[in-house]
Design a protein around this ligand. Sequence first.
Ligand code: 3HC
Length: 386
Amino acid sequence: MPISLDGMEIKNITVLGSGIMGHGIAQVYAMAGYNIVLRDIEQKFLDKAMEKIKWSLDKLVSKERISLEEESKILSRIKPIVDLKDAVHDSDLVIEAVPEIMDLKKKVYAELDKVAGDQVIFASNTSTLPISEIANTLSRPDKFIGIHFFNPPQLMKLVEIIPGQKTSDDILNLIINLVKSVNKTPVICRKDVPGFIVNRLFIPLVHEACYVMERQKIQQVEIDSAVKFNLGFPMGIFELADYTGMDVIHKATIEMHLRDKKVILPHPKIEQLFNEKKLGQKSGEGFYKYSDDKYERISLSEELGKKCDPTQIIANILNNAAWLVTNKASDINEIEKAANLGLNLKKPLFETANEIGMQKIVNELKKLSEQYGAFYEPDPLLLSMC
Ligand code: 3HC
């Protein structure tokens, strides 16, 4: 189902990078009828990605969400290709999902800019890197935009859209329609801030959970259980970090912290796990151990959750949500929508905060800032809500 707007049409999409996000994005668009080229630097990565797509489609068949016939049509719409020039030959849009390293992205875009026709639109699935900085390296900054999916793209409803300073309104509108055409909900991040909306909430939280473990002297399953059963997350925060991948969390941390010291207080545990190659589910171990690299859940309980006071955790996420509002990157309704659809949070953040008590949360932040420094100072929005 191609979409078009003011003479621009999108029918053929190339996805660069076939990792966790890339293969999922390719599947989402193939399911909606687009012709996909999935590109990676080695055939073995593409083979693994196609296996994962098959696993996911088989799941959907087993749940009768698609038929076997549809599954084979979807698979036939995805062409794995290694050569970059061949991969973008017929492309209307390239969605880039290569690792979150600015120098690597710039290198990929420099190559891409040369081989792709002038009319081709570029969209980055970057989770943290500044859109305008990448755009400025391109011959087509008006045709470049951030389009950030959530893991697993097959199941998560949200797509953040981040226009750069020079993105044209036509491209913005076309991409909004494109996201809606695959049955996802777009939320626009109004400012190109580190982490955009959801990662500004999620990535710092992984570090904060490490501090809670250290300061409250409790186990990670206890924190995860509290996060799941008291704060309405579908997974514990360490479980989600393992599911996302410590490489992703670590690289996002570095890039976000480089640009804004206030967003995140890095805990050494993340770098340590990354250096030890304990990348989470995909490597068999992260915070938890896994039997293989297939989808696996951690056993958590309401009982275990009682051992953890989650005030510091909610205080951290709320302070970052408030920062987004104070700095005009978003508003409370859009943040709640993004947290609901991008993290599958069952309960709105500010509702949980009001149940716990805004004054209690602000007091916690003040206490933490006296003990551990200015990072914890409460945002003026939270102060005004007491
Ligand atoms: N395709 C198809 N089916 C899938 C799947 C996929 N990719 N992944 C999981 N499933 C299946 C499971 O196998 C399971 O099937 P089963 O019923 O046959 O066992 C089914 O979906 C439901 O899974 P669960 O039983 O584990 O139940 P949940 O209701 O918890 O759903 C979840 C799973 C959607 C992953 C949910 O736990 C969730 O929303 N977790 C949080 C995810 C999240 O926050 N993502 C965003 C992270 S931040 C990010 O991505 C940004 C990046 O830039 C860092």
